[in-house]
Design a protein around this ligand. Structure first.
Ligand SMILES: [Zn+2]
Length: 200
């Protein structure tokens, strides 16, 4: 991954990086949301209180499942970013042929994804949400990629209950008040049912 997911790689061999992301961009459009995406979209639809789905995923499967309160901290495959004018147009096709930016016409579009060594997006909003949260839930993450891996400790320090939903204990498992392990497609819908029925 690091061969294509760094600003240095893009400077060194932009065609290689564009080819890789063009393939990923095409591939995610063939994927469909799963039961975990659907459950979180249902939570978003039916939960009247505050909610923010912060995702490291760069696909649009949360949105296609119907979720609206979603923040992509690592950017999105289906956006391009114009390094000339800073526009971030929706983009579903390839970038390898250096198409012109629809805003400014420059041929300076790159994938709008956060590469290694770049700052994740919208960290102020994320920390504002962590400060307000009564419950912090980590879903399907290794707990190895910072800053997201540190959110559980931030949330705990700020007084939230913390719950891990993951296939197996993550590297940060010990930081959670509670952990449930199993496939996301099973344990996320079960947890959402609990929350919406008032049992959680
Ligand atoms: Zn532009």
């Amino acid at each position: 991954m690091e061969d294509v997911a760094t600003p240095e790689a893009f400077a060194r061999d932009p065609d290689l990086v564009h080819r890789f992301y063009d393939m990923r961009r095409a591939a995610i459009q063939m994927k469909a949301p799963n039961a975990a995406h659907a459950a979180l979209a249902r939570l978003d639809r039916e939960w009247r209180g505050g909610l923010l789905i912060v995702t490291q995923n760069v696909d649009d499967l949360h949105e296609r499942a119907g979720a609206q309160r979603v923040l992509h901290m690592h950017g999105e495959h289906l956006n391009a970013w114009c390094t000339a004018c800073d526009a971030r147009p929706r983009w579903t096709g390839p970038l390898i042929d250096r198409p012109a930016c629809p805003e400014c016409g420059a041929r300076a579009l790159r994938p709008d994804v956060v590469w290694f060594g770049e700052m994740p997006y919208r960290m102020e909003e994320i920390f504002a949400a962590l400060r307000e949260a009564d419950l912090f839930v980590s879903i399907g993450t290794s707990g190895a990629v910072y800053p997201a891996a540190g959110f559980v400790r931030n949330a705990r320090d700020l007084g939230a209950m913390t719950l891990e939903l993951n296939l197996e204990p993550s590297q940060g498992s010990a930081w959670f008040h509670e952990s449930r392990h199993g496939p996301a497609t099973r344990i996320v819908p079960a947890w959402v049912d609990e929350v919406l029925s008032g049992a959680a």
